[in-house]
Design a binder for this molecule. Structure first.
Ligand code: AMP
Length: 279
């Protein structure tokens, strides 16, 4: 049985014991409702560190809609069952008031890379992410932290923050795991109806088609509107963004010699799907 810890007071002696033996500690921050994408991060952490802590915390501060927070799937027992065969050393699953006790007054706010795209469309989201990730680093004393490229902008925000604040944590970005039909795995996919689940892979397909057209020289100004029209025709209600950006800064892709990333957010059946690929 993996120990499930609820408080920092429970976790600290465990982690200090590991560190006293010279062992390295990896953390995989999640919001639970675990799937193979999360498990791939856990496997990377197992390969990269002596001890692995998986955190499960649906962080209220990073939700900008009360409805989305209420509907977010919470499946702790199933999550623990998925983690058991991976021989994780501890699950840290605190209650909200163990993370944000009365009087909590600090926000970590990253400018620049956290500004555009999800930063503009989900006000406060990256402040919530940066604040909780900073806390999770302090709580777990991790040496390495594993994040998915699925949340590309989040990964860049966390990298920026770790550098800017001299956090003694190596940030490891892991590839996006996809279903056989290309849909990026996500806890939110369980909220898609059966027919919307059939439509959902169009997002990745449209992005792949646009990226290859752009690689062949088609201007983004032509390739991206065509991809957007394809998504709307296939049944997506809205495309919030489909944007070619500098992969690190997320600024407009002005310098084409730098790594570029195509990022998208689109609504399908009331569910907001995000994805990104390199170009
Ligand atoms: P979440 O529980 O959605 O906050 O995700 C926790 C971590 O898992 C984040 O670092 C995500 O980027 C990562 N993740 C989510 N989905 C995937 C996926 N399909 N492939 C790889 N990593 C993922």
């Amino acid at each position: 049985m993996i120990p499930i810890l609820r408080t920092v007071a429970e976790m600290r002696p465990l982690v200090r014991g590991w560190k006293a033996q010279g062992q390295t500690v990896g953390v995989v921050p999640t919001m639970g409702a675990l799937h193979e994408g999360h498990l791939s991060l856990v496997r990377a952490a197992k390969a990269g560190t002596d001890r692995v802590i998986v955190t499960i915390f649906v962080n209220p501060k990073q939700f900008n809609s009360a409805d989305d927070l209420a509907k977010y799937p919470r499946t702790e027992e199933a999550d623990a069952a998925l983690l058991a065969p991976l021989q994780v050393d501890a699950v840290f699953a605190p209650a909200p008031d163990a993370v944000y006790p009365a009087g909590f007054a600090t926000t970590v706010s990253v400018a620049g890379v956290a500004g555009p795209l999800d930063g503009a469309l989900r006000p406060g989201h990256f402040d919530g992410v940066a604040t909780v990730v900073t806390k999770l680093f302090g709580m777990t004393l991790a040496d390495r932290a594993y994040f998915g490229q699925k949340d590309w902008q989040q990964l860049q925000v966390v990298r920026r923050m770790a550098v800017d604040l001299n956090l003694p944590v190596d940030i490891i970005g892991c590839e996006t795991l996809r279903e056989a039909d290309g849909l990026a795995m996500s806890s939110r996919n369980t909220r898609l109806s059966a027919s919307d689940r059939q439509t959902a892979p169009s997002l990745y397909a449209a992005m792949v088609a646009a990226a290859s057209a752009m690689r062949l020289g088609e201007p983004a100004a032509a390739a991206l509107p065509r991809a957007e029209a394809r998504l709307l025709a296939s049944g997506f209600e809205a495309v919030e963004y489909l944007a070619l950006r500098d992969a690190e800064t997320l600024d407009a892709a002005a310098d084409l010699s730098r790594p570029l990333r195509l990022l998208a957010a689109a609504w399908l059946g009331g569910v907001r799907l995000i994805d990104n690929i390199s170009v």
